[in-house]
Structure formats: structure tokens, C-alpha cells
Design a protein around this ligand. Structure first.
Ligand SMILES: Nc1ncnc2c1ncn2[C@@H]1O[C@H](COP(=O)(O)OP(=O)(O)O)[C@@H](O)[C@H]1O
Ligand SMILES: CC(=O)N[C@@H](CCC(=O)OP(=O)(O)O)C(=O)O
Length: 259
């Protein structure tokens, strides 16, 4: 008997600003769960973090798509991601009749977390650790909704890029990773979605500056998981209901990042 692998869905922050986007996603999640598919939802919330930092008079600095997070910003980042963003998604899940558990990377020893690079401040790098907590939630038929806030052994709260958070959880549960963003897939220089990309094609497009910023982080996270698992990772859109329907039916959407 073949068992469905766990689907690890990552959604970017822009989703949280559209009620219909969230309703469509939760409806697709409900259908997939009813069909027996286990799902872990990992979320970002970069735009909510930007809003809160600005409202508090703080500067927004990014290095290669990652937010520089000094000590005087981490509280705001944690509030926006593990608080507001996480609860907005739980509310959308509840509205769709999906029972969820709000969590973060700091819960149940799911990952190990360390400071990634001193220049980035309180930004974390995470590796998979213990799947028991996630498996427990999944066994109940509940939807884990996980923010990308981690806690280090030294007791630091760390801000983790949400694509990298999803990477660690996909490895942890040996799942199928789908990175859903506000674009239909990875674009070429003419903004046409590329159906499939391998390592050398990605390197060329990054060197040419065609893949940049948040998409560079995303594609590199996707490639790492594809190579780790020996199977493709999808970069697609939550904006397009048709894509979500295809995904719910087990089809391929967006750009396939090949191992
Ligand atoms: N080659 C590319 N293809 C698609 N999007 C790209 C590309 N290069 C840069 N981007 C930008 O990356 C964004 C997606 O990354 P990001 O904003 O981090 O998404 P999310 O918040 O959903 O994780 C797109 O909205 C687009 O503006
Ligand atoms: C270190 C780092 O960059 N953390 C991200 C975490 C949120 C995120 O990744 O959100 P999106 O998926 O919406 O981009 C940030 O602070 O914006």
C-alpha cells in the first residue's frame, strides 16, 4: 500500500492580506484533508512585519532577501509572525471548518536553531530535529499552522525566513514541499513562467539577476529540498484558484524545481 506523503505548504505574507485568497486556500486544504492528505501549513508574513516595523519607527534592512533583525526589532517581528499572522490564518481555517493548531518552530523541539550569520542579527538557521509533535497533531486530523519564529538553545528568539522554515519541516516529515507565493511560478527574463528548472539553470538565472530577492531565497530553498529528497519541489501561486484545485487533485502546478 502506498501512503500519501505529508504535504508541506508554505504561503507568503501577501496571502494574509486577502480574505478570498485565504478562503480559497483553506477550502482546498479542507478538500485535501477530507481525501486523507496530511498537510502542514507554514507561513511567512514579511509584509506584516514591514508594517509593524514602520509603525514603530524602525528601519527595514534586507540582505540578499533576508531581513536584518537587530535586538530592538525581534519583539515586533515575533509579534507580527508568531502572533498576528499565525492567528489570522487560524481564523481563516476556523471559518472554513478546518481545525488547526497554531505553532512556531520553537515548539516541541521540531527543529534545532542557531544564529545564521552575525551580520543578520537575530536571524536563525534551522535543521530538522524531532517530528513527534507534528505527527501528533497530524494524527488527530488537525492542521498545524507554523510560523517561522524559532528559539535557540541559548534562549534567543530567532527570525527565520519562512521558505527556509518550510524546508526544515519538509525534511523533518520527509514530505512533499510546495512553496506558494503571489506569482504563478518562477519567471524568465520576459516574465513567462518556467515549467521546470534544474540547478545549473537556476545558477544562470540568479547570475543574470532574473531570479532575485525573495524568489532567490525561495528557489534556493526549493533546490536544497529537491536534492535532499530526490524529488521535485513546486513553486506556485495561492492567487490562482485553478492551481489550488489542480494541486488538490494531485497535479503539478507552477514551476518544478528538479533535484
Ligand atoms: N524570476 C522571478 N520570478 C518570479 N518572481 C520573482 C523573480 N525574481 C524576483 N521575484 C519576486 O519575488 C517575489 C516572491 O518572493 P517573496 O516576495 O519573498 O514571496 P513570498 O512572500 O510569497 O514568500 C515575487 O512577487 C517577485 O516580485
Ligand atoms: C529572516 C527573514 O527574512 N525572515 C522573514 C520571515 C517572514 C517571511 O519569510 O515572510 P514571507 O514568506 O512573506 O516573505 C521576515 O522577517 O520577513
Amino acid at each position: 500500500m502506498t501512503t500519501h506523503s505529508v504535504l508541506v505548504l508554505k504561503v507568503g505574507g501577501a496571502l494574509l492580506q486577502t480574505e478570498t485568497g485565504m478562503a480559497n486556500l483553506m477550502s482546498a486544504i479542507k478538500d485535501m484533508t477530507a481525501a486523507g492528505q496530511k498537510i502542514v501549513l507554514v507561513h511567512g508574513g514579511g509584509c506584516l512585519v514591514d508594517e509593524q516595523l514602520t509603525a514603530n519607527g524602525k528601519e527595514i534592512i534586507k540582505l540578499d532577501g533576508l531581513r536584518v533583525t537587530p535586538a530592538d526589532q525581534i519583539g515586533i517581528v515575533v509579534g507580527a509572525l508568531a502572533g498576528t499572522s499565525n492567528k489570522i490564518l487560524q481564523a481563516a481555517a476556523a471559518k472554513a471548518g478546518v481545525v488547526s493548531v497554531g505553532m512556531s518552530l520553537g515548539d516541541g523541539n521540531v527543529v534545532n536553531a542557531n544564529i545564521k550569520d552575525e551580520r543578520l542579527g537575530l536571524v536563525g538557521e534551522v535543521t530538522p530535529n524531532d517530528a513527534s509533535y507534528l505527527n501528533f497533531i497530524l494524527q488527530q486530523g488537525w492542521l498545524p499552522i507554523c510560523s517561522s519564529i524559532a528559539v535557540s538553545d541559548a534562549g534567543e528568539m530567532l527570525n527565520v525566513n519562512a521558505d527556509q522554515a518550510a524546508t526544515a519541516l519538509a525534511k523533518l516529515v520527509n514530505g512533499t514541499l510546495v512553496l506558494l507565493s503571489d506569482v504563478a511560478g518562477v519567471w524568465d527574463a520576459n516574465k513567462q513562467v518556467i515549467k521546470s528548472l534544474n540547478k545549473s539553470q537556476i545558477e544562470t538565472l540568479v547570475a543574470e539577476g532574473v531570479i532575485e530577492k525573495g524568489m532567490k531565497v525561495k528557489v534556493e530553498a526549493a533546490l536544497e529540498v529537491a536534492q535532499w529528497m530526490g524529488k521535485p519541489v513546486l513553486v506556485a501561486s495561492w492567487l490562482e484558484t485553478e492551481q489550488l484545485k489542480t494541486l488538490a487533485q494531485g497535479g503539478s502546478i507552477g514551476t518544478q524545481i528538479q533535484p
